[in-house]
Design a protein around this ligand. Structure first.
Ligand SMILES: Cc1ncc(COP(=O)(O)O)c(C=O)c1O
Length: 371
């Protein structure tokens, strides 16, 4: 079996001395490793503040609250549930904008149609690590006085025009769960240049308590433990190599797959940008390929290759969100992409042999279907 992904970790002995030190010190949380991880991450990104939290979900919840967003939040429906959940947890109304058919990013033209006097923020996802059109989003936000927040769960290490994703929004939130290139086992990182927001998030991850025990607001317990920070630090040390290996794997995949069928399409990546390829997705257009995404998915699963239909169903078709969805014509590309994309297994240390096996399994699908 080849899983959809695996974390790329160092040998245990790399972590062991620091784990031992933490156990012996008795300082298991809020200690020097969390601080070091935050400092190293902010240096890497080129952003003033990084706040380590328990997950990207809790980070997004804190950021929306800290920026005092009110009313409606425009976001893509082609994203993971947590983007929308953070909006709902803040008693805000999610308004779904369409995505672009080739890059899968939220479409600025669609966003403009969704803006009302009640709109408070745009929450855009850096989907699969592919950066959004940041300049266009910033322009809309400036015009309508909106907050710009990025769900950058997939995108630690992504770049746009020589700058790291993390520096563009009022805040950007990364996930460090095991499926991400930078992982701390579980966790999240809030990146911002806004001092007041950084302070709010630091207090907010600790129940709203600034240390006085007299809470300032209803915060969360969204702290990161020292053990998670140690895993994150080790992962951060290896991030550039892991990203490079991943890109090489994606290029190897693309080359092999194009030889099977030129009609298999791939996510378009912005010019002057680098994607983390948190996921490597194929777009299967049935009218060109003669088969659909679900058929290929089922064939791969039957053969032990764990491909995933990320992100299907999109948010507006999920039980939690369908009450917010008004006009079916608004999300044409979202429905199209969600129905036709398939993510193949990818991890930073995937071998050529494993990729060959996946490609060979796709080839047998073509042979048996006589396509
Ligand atoms: C786009 C997106 N946002 C948010 C999350 C949630 O991240 P976490 O599990 O760290 O809360 C994920 C998880 O994969 C995601 O894909």
């Amino acid at each position: 079996m080849i899983p959809i992904t695996k974390p790329t970790l160092s040998k245990y002995k790399k972590y062991a001395p620091r784990f031992k030190e933490v156990i012996e010190s008795g300082i298991l949380t809020n200690g020097k490793y969390v601080k070091l991880f935050e400092d190293n991450a902010s240096k890497y990104l080129g952003v003033k503040y990084c706040i380590a939290v328990s997950s990207c979900t809790s980070g997004l919840m804190l950021v929306l609250k800290g920026l005092a967003v009110r009313g409606e939040v425009v976001l893509p429906s082609f994203t993971f549930s947590a983007s929308g959940h953070a909006v709902l947890w803040n008693n805000l109304k999610p308004v779904f904008a369409d995505i672009k058919k080739d890059t899968y990013e939220i479409d600025p033209i669609s966003i403009k149609k969704m803006i009302t006097p009640k709109t408070g923020a745009i929450l855009a996802t850096q989907i699969f690590g592919n950066s959004c059109n940041v300049a266009a989003l910033r322009k809309i936000c400036n015009k309508h006085n909106l907050r710009l927040i990025f769900d950058a769960a997939h995108a630690f290490g992504s770049e746009l025009k020589g700058k790291k994703v993390g520096v563009f929004g009022d805040a950007e939130v990364f996930s460090l769960s095991p499926t991400k290139v930078l992982t701390a086992a579980e966790g999240g990182l809030i990146a911002t240049n806004n001092k007041a927001l950084a302070e709010f998030c630091r207090i907010g991850r600790n129940y709203g308590d600034d240390g006085s025990y007299n809470t300032k607001f209803n915060g969360l317990n969204a702290r990161m433990s020292e053990f998670h920070a140690i895993i994150g630090l080790e992962s951060l040390k290896n991030i550039d190599k892991n990203l490079k290996d991943r890109l090489a794997a994606v290029n190897y995949f693309k080359n092999k797959l194009s030889r099977i069928d030129k009609n298999i399409e791939f996510q378009a990546i912005h010019k002057n940008s680098k994607s983390t390829f948190k996921d490597f997705s194929l777009y299967i257009n049935p009218s060109k390929t003669g088969y659909n995404r679900d058929q290929l998915h089922d064939h791969l699963i039957t053969n032990g290759i764990i491909a995933k239909k990320y992100f299907y169903p999109p948010l507006h078709l999920q039980k939690t969100y369908n009450k917010f969805y008004v006009n079916k014509k608004q999300l044409v590309n979202t429905n199209n992409v969600a129905n036709n994309v398939l993510s193949l297994p990818l991890f930073s240390h995937i071998s050529k042999k494993e990729i060959d096996l996946i490609v060979e399994t796709i080839k047998t699908f073509y042979d048996t279907k006589r396509i």
